[in-house]
Design a protein. Sequence first.
Length: 115
Amino acid sequence: VQLVESGGNLVQPGDSLRLSCAASGFTFSSYAMSWFRQAPGKERELVARISSAAGVTTYQDSVKGRFTISRDNAKSTVYLQMNDLKPEDTAVYYCYTNFMGRGSWGQGTQVTVSS
């Protein structure tokens, strides 16, 4: 299993950013995918999750209405569209899946929101 995130950047408050996570090594369409984030000095937290088949989505309350998780099974890629970014969204964002009972993480991509 390999997960490779991209798209992180330094942006200003109110800006938008789209993160991508390219997956390989497993049947992507059969597994739920999640985005987590970890800010300095804080624990890693779940941001959003999308189920495998029906594409049911769930979000952390602080990002509801601003972030959208989606997936393209043909490209084995999961996305996180982030709008109206706030300084408190600053963190390293990680892609995650639970493959055969074992959690797999990407290397993370840095998102910094600052004026």
